[in-house]
Design a protein around this ligand. Sequence first.
Ligand SMILES: CC(=O)N[C@H]1[C@@H](OP(=O)(O)OP(=O)(O)OC[C@H]2O[C@@H](n3ccc(=O)[nH]c3=O)[C@H](O)[C@@H]2O)O[C@H](CO)[C@@H](O)[C@@H]1O[C@H](C)C(=O)N[C@@H](C)C(=O)N[C@H](CCC(=O)O)C(=O)O
Ligand SMILES: Nc1ncnc2c1ncn2[C@@H]1O[C@H](COP(=O)(O)OP(=O)(O)OP(=O)(O)O)[C@@H](O)[C@H]1O
Length: 490
Amino acid sequence: MRLADLCAALQLTAPAANPEVSGVTHNAAWVSPGDVFVAIRGAKVDGHSFAQQAAQRGAAAIAGEGWPLAEACPLPYVEVHSARAALADFATELEGNPSRRLKVVGVTGTDGKTTTSWLTAHLLRSAGLDTGLLSTVGYQLGDGALQHFPAHFTTPEAPQVQATLRQLADTGGQAVVLEASSHALALERVRAVEWDVAIWTHLSSEHLDFHGTLEQYFAEKRKLIERSPFAVLNADDPWTQRLKLGQHVTYSTEGNRADWQAQHIEEQSGGLAFKVVSPAGTFDAFLPMIGRFNVSNALAGMAAAHHLGATAEQLAAGLASFAGVPGRMEQVTRQTSMPSSLGPRVIVDFAHTPPSLEKALGTLRATTSGQLIVVIGSAGGPRDPSKRGPLGEVATRLADEAVFTEEDCRDTPLSDILSAMAGGAQAAGRSNYCLVPDRREAIGHAVRLAGPGDTVLLAGKGPEETLERLNETVPWNEVEEARAALELWG
Ligand SMILES: CC(=O)N[C@H]1[C@@H](OP(=O)(O)OP(=O)(O)OC[C@H]2O[C@@H](n3ccc(=O)[nH]c3=O)[C@H](O)[C@@H]2O)O[C@H](CO)[C@@H](O)[C@@H]1O[C@H](C)C(=O)N[C@@H](C)C(=O)N[C@H](CCC(=O)O)C(=O)O
Ligand SMILES: Nc1ncnc2c1ncn2[C@@H]1O[C@H](COP(=O)(O)OP(=O)(O)OP(=O)(O)O)[C@@H](O)[C@H]1O
């Protein structure tokens, strides 16, 4: 496509030179010959300072909110009102607006996005739709292998979103489920995606380092609901009442008035049994997952899949065959032949906010006959330091013993993080915790403390593949760490 045609499609003024353009990126190091390099003024640097690098890599043009440098721009320059919006619009145009060829389900909320996304994709596949998935733990084209983008993102930047949607649509994909983080909505990563269904899980305080206030965080997340012609909303979340409602259905696991209800919920050791009362019909369901909150995620996924055509029979069969999400309430099995019942139950979970830790511990308590032990840390850097004390409080209130340890402390002294977590426990008058800074040792310590009938929850890392320390990033596999500790047990 010629630059002038691309500009005309987006009602932008084209520069005099009119090169052929084939792609778009915001990262100078990712430029391929023929790309438009969109220079974003970021929070840390101005992308314009990488214009020369982009030119050397063969960029055809640069777009930005105004050329700011004394030297002349090395390439044709397209001036835009918002660089991030332009990045998304260029990508959408160059990829041929692929979301129009797919049924697109967006999932937002503080917790539950990944699980709900995986459940929804599985339910749509069970109903016969070739369905892709873009989520925190990777992306899938159809039911193919789990793949990863270069950076660790819930929602990648717009060029990657649009390219993946196109690849999916070009290879026979019929639907896609896309996790939409608040960062993605704020930074235009999912601008121009044409949604069919938006799912709201729930809202609680998170990412305030980025959004500033809870109100702003809510304002970003609500965009997904406002942009979608149909929404699936959580009647148990007070924020739902503040969403501007178009066509929608609601769901509840707490007996609130809602279109989709789960009743008679039984937390069994092998999963969750409940009765669904819904517009699709009334039926018994079994979900082989631990965690009462997953009933809520399942209702949301069923409501979305039903809107896209899944029947009650397909929904029930789909739930029953769900294999779970890596690192989400994942029970660690031993490699040796020793029966699991002879040791403690060890669960790896991604819960890293006070509300999600509260829910994870609450639900494990319900299925634990003995002691409940938790290993938990809190991230360093600017990421929500205010949650460290509350995490310490929740851990010591709901577990019998808490082990506070490292979790991506980055440039924050680990001792400061551990003191803040201990401070939260002490302020509540509790001493049932210990500090074990090294995460591997913390896991070993917790597993050694536990006996048959006990549960050890390893919270916060889930399926992440690295552990970030002050001067190093080490490869990490929480399930393997847990398995190694279990092998030494007893
Ligand atoms: C807080 C946040 O989201 N920041 C994003 C933001 O960074 P920024 O504004 O600081 O950008 P910057 O570093 O100043 O760079 C400005 C521009 O120069 C370009 N650049 C910069 C350096 C260089 O060498 N070459 C180059 O071309 C950059 O690509 C960028 O376009 O814009 C960048 C790209 O334009 C993103 O990569 C970056 O995400 C960072 C890496 C990040 O960690 N984001 C996380 C927090 C995130 O997005 N998380 C959410 C939610 C997770 C959850 O719910 O838990 C997610 O969706 O993953
Ligand atoms: N509906 C829910 N309500 C509250 N907590 C939940 C819910 N679903 C999951 N959780 C908890 O939150 C943790 C994270 O779940 P999940 O990965 O599905 O959420 P997420 O929104 O994708 O989080 P992130 O964006 O940080 O990856 C789970 O391991 C569980 O402890």
